[in-house]
Design a protein around this ligand. Structure first.
Ligand SMILES: Cc1cc2nc3c(=O)[nH]c(=O)nc-3n(C[C@H](O)[C@H](O)[C@H](O)COP(=O)(O)O)c2cc1C
Length: 215
């Protein structure tokens, strides 16, 4: 029996998003929403998880879940391997999109812009704050590359663990942070009967302009 999806739907009635209540600066709204998501979302949803979409050399999109590790007016930061699929895609085409989904708040935020590598000092600082096990994992796992089997990865981890025995684990050169500098930030609040609120902020010559979009 195929799963019936056509009748699966929720009505969204928790909140609204009006121009009068929304800050002119999308960073303020992003900060408010992220904090509310952190306070409201229940495990297993992580309020700082998001989808990152990148595009490869052939123009094909690829999308995966990542964790946001910081934000400021400079941009939104995340970490991974520079030689991973996403790393290679970003090297070929820096345009990327992020989507946050906060189901307990019936909210979505979409962010679009260009991505650059974080300053190595900032990547070092974040790497140093990670657990030793995660640090060793970053060395042992050539992210996105094919593995013969699980034992191969376990073997590389054992080798890496021996290599750094009794010493601090430095950041691998091929692992680090990225910063997405938004040109667009769209805030979506679910409303009843699919007539949702959408406020779309776009950056023009350093100034954010805001428009309401039809749902
Ligand atoms: C909840 C969650 C959080 C994740 N966080 C990260 C992350 O912060 N960095 C990362 O490189 N991969 C993270 N991943 C794994 C990615 O989704 C993905 O498998 C990995 O980055 C390789 O993607 P790529 O082959 O497209 O480069 C996370 C996955 C999940 C489900």
């Amino acid at each position: 029996m195929p799963l019936s999806l056509a009748q699966m739907r929720r009505n969204y009635t928790l909140d609204g998003l009006q121009e009068e209540g929304a800050p002119d600066d999308p960073w303020r709204l992003f900060g408010q929403w992220l904090q509310q998501a952190r306070d409201t979302e229940q495990a297993p949803v992580e309020a700082n998880s998001m989808l990152l979409a990148t595009v490869d050399r052939e123009g094909r999109p690829h999308c995966r879940v990542l964790l946001l590790k910081g934000y400021s007016e400079a941009g939104l930061t995340f970490f991974g391997h520079y030689q991973s699929a996403k790393g290679q895609e970003l090297a070929a085409n820096p345009h990327a999109a992020m989507t946050f989904f906060w189901p307990a708040l019936e909210r979505q935020v979409r962010v679009e812009g260009q991505v650059s590598r974080l300053d190595p000092d900032l990547s070092d600082g974040y790497f140093d704050s990670r657990s030793r096990a995660s640090q060793l994992g970053a060395w042992a796992s050539p992210q996105s590359h094919p593995l013969a089997n699980r034992a191969q990865l376990d073997g590389w981890l054992a080798q890496t663990t021996r290599r750094f025995d009794g010493q601090p684990v430095p950041r691998p050169e091929q692992w680090g942070g990225y910063c997405l500098q938004p040109q667009r930030m769209e805030f979506w609040q679910g409303r009843a009967d699919r007539l949702h609120d959408r406020l779309d902020y776009r950056l023009h010559e350093g100034v954010w302009a805001r428009n309401r979009l039809a749902p």
